[in-house]
Design a binder for this molecule. Structure first.
Ligand code: BEZ
Ligand code: FE
Length: 278
């Protein structure tokens, strides 16, 4: 047997794994160690640089709490969340595409009636959202649940401003009827920075990157017999559309926003969600 050196390092570490190791864990850890060691060799990582990285990861962990998940944010800004999402949500043509879930979803939002206004703080430019939930054959899906969440006109989610915004501001769940249609009132989405007061925000600064996400509204669409859809729709003329801090934009998710004449909202946006079968 040979001892550890800078060339055989990954092999030596991987050979140490026990014979009883779960096969999937073996596959993942073998590949992780191989790529991690290759990375350090490729960039000739210095001791100072590795110490700095350990400090960064430590601060990232220390920033995490029940309200703040800095590691997910790190995964998001590295494009890793979107890569894992893309690998796990390859869908047939015609099905609506997934995008990043983000940290601001809250389970069990109030069930609302079609047409309801989810904007509870009275801020922003009003917008009527409507469309249908369809299957791949263009038939309506009855009983689909459309769980919606968005930031307010100041660019904050209600959970970022407890006591300032009303609870459940810009959130709600809508259940489709036989026609698969949905409609609700909200506001035309505005762009906002992801939380950038921690180590991830600092890292973005060092990399010459801004922390903004283009204006969007989130949807989690579920229906029995169909794949769960986690997505957003984006506003087409947003200045950050091509530089989303978390790489969540897909062309097919850019929705039309039209100014309305004489209606009770300023904007109108129509978008159909197409679910793939399980
Ligand atoms: C969001 O769109 O809510 C979001 C996604 C990733 C990181 C931060 C926020
Ligand atoms: Fe968001």
């Amino acid at each position: 047997m040979s001892y550890f050196n800078d060339k055989n390092s990954a092999e030596i570490v991987n050979a140490r794994m026990g014979a009883e190791t779960d096969p999937r864990l073996r596959e993942i850890m073998t590949s992780l160690v191989t790529h991690l060691h290759a990375f350090a060799r490729e960039v000739n990582l210095t001791q100072d640089e590795w110490d700095h990285a350990i400090g960064f990861l430590t601060r990232t962990g220390q920033m995490c709490s029940d309200e703040r998940q800095e590691f997910i944010l790190l995964s998001d800004v590295l494009g890793f969340s979107m890569l894992v999402d893309a690998i796990n949500n390859r869908r047939p043509d015609g099905a609506t595409e997934n995008t990043v879930f983000g940290p601001f979803h809250v389970a069990n939002a109030p069930i609302r009636t079609m047409g309801d206004n989810i904007c509870l703080d009275g801020k922003g430019e009003s917008c009527l959202f409507e469309g249908r939930v369809l299957n791949l054959d263009d038939n309506p899906i009855e009983g689909a649940c459309l769980d919606v969440w968005a930031d307010n006109a100041d660019g904050f989610y209600d959970v970022q401003q407890p006591g300032i915004q009303p609870k459940w501001n810009n959130r709600g769940r809508f259940i489709t009827g036989a026609d698969g249609a949905y409609s609700f009132r909200g506001i035309k989405p505005v762009s906002y920075p992801i939380p950038d007061d921690g180590p991830v925000g600092k890292m973005l600064g060092h990399l010459g990157r801004h922390p903004y996400r283009p204006a969007h509204i989130h949807y989690l669409v579920t229906a029995p017999g169909y794949q769960k859809l986690v997505t957003h729709t984006f506003v087409g003329d947003d200045e950050y559309l091509e530089s989303d801090a978390v790489f969540g934009v897909k062309r097919s998710l850019i929705a039309p926003y039209e100014r309305t004449e004489g209606g009770d909202t300023v904007w109108h946006s129509r978008f159909d969600f197409v679910l793939a079968p399980v």
